[in-house]
Design a protein around this ligand. Structure first.
Ligand code: IPE
Ligand code: IPE
Ligand code: MG
Length: 255
């Protein structure tokens, strides 16, 4: 059965969804396996990263079509600086290329580009482009497309704590005021974004690697052996169908 979403913004978008189907509001993907994808083909790792970014363009369109409102992707972790310098530099250049050439396309889809992660260590010109991309797409409201670059869950929690210390509520006060979850959340990178409902990791690795540590407390997980550059519409559908059949209890009991 084909339906249109009741939300005016999303009208006619999720044509592929069944009316009763649960669609994640926030879908997060750990983009993994670019290196192995390239190796399998006898190509340099950077070609795998290039193929991975190209796949992302297609995925933004598909995710939007499924009626998902927030789409976040883990593209570079706070630990990825440990890779050979040439690979790190190559990735930074690919991010530059992607932002420079793809923002228009993403905007045409009605997507707002946002970034999550630490700003230190990233090259100044890339930061400049990131700010430009955010500004350029700030009025789009069909999909929030979140690129996690130099992101680490531990870093995010620490940054939040360190920034919260300057909040009027806590500044110059005794340290015996209890900090609440709401207090801390206000200082996360994207406080208005709902927690991920579904986190997909490609390439057969079964770990979180420092992604959405706080926000993912009650996320559903889906793992696939497919390398990220091979992840396609069928793979996305399989993950979404699996999610639709899950029962989320948040520590409560079966309804
Ligand atoms: C994921 O692919 C992309 C980044 C972490 C930047 P990998 O580069 O981790 O690919 P594999 O895991 O080596 O195959
Ligand atoms: C996780 O992938 C980080 C990103 C996808 C950006 P990695 O390939 O870096 O993770 P590990 O090292 O296998 O845990
Ligand atoms: Mg990897």
């Amino acid at each position: 059965m084909s339906v249109s979403n009741s939300n005016a913004d999303n009208k006619d978008l999720n044509l592929n969804n069944n009316i009763d189907k649960k669609v994640p509001r926030h879908l997060a993907i750990i983009l993994d396996g670019n290196g192995r994808w390239a190796k399998k083909r006898g190509l340099p790792r950077l070609m795998g990263h290039r193929a991975g970014l190209r796949k992302l363009e297609e995925m933004v369109r598909l995710v939007k079509r499924e009626g998902i409102r927030y789409f976040s992707v883990y593209a570079f972790s706070t630990e990825n600086w440990n890779r050979p310098w040439t690979e790190v530099q190559g990735l930074m250049s690919l991010f530059r290329f992607y932002i420079k050439h793809k923002v228009k396309e993403v905007k045409a889809e009605g997507a707002r580009i946002r970034f999550a992660g630490r700003k230190d260590k990233l090259p100044e010109d890339l930061l400049e482009m990131m700010r430009w991309a955010e500004d350029e797409t700030k009025d789009e409201n069909i999909l929030d497309f979140i690129l996690c670059i130099n992101y680490g869950g531990r870093a995010e929690i620490l940054d939040a704590i360190n920034n919260l210390r300057h909040d009027d509520k806590f500044l110059n006060k005794d340290l015996n005021i209890d900090i609440t979850e709401e207090d801390l959340r206000k200082y996360f990178y994207l406080p208005d974004v709902p927690d991920p409902d579904l986190i997909i990791r490609t390439s057969g690795e079964l770990r979180i690697s420092n992604f959405w540590l706080w926000e993912g407390a009650y996320s559903e997980f889906y793992f696939t052996d497919t390398y990220w550059p091979d992840f396609d519409y069928d793979a996305l559908k399989a993950a979404l169908d699996d999610y639709a059949g899950r029962e989320r209890r948040y520590g409560g009991l079966k309804k």
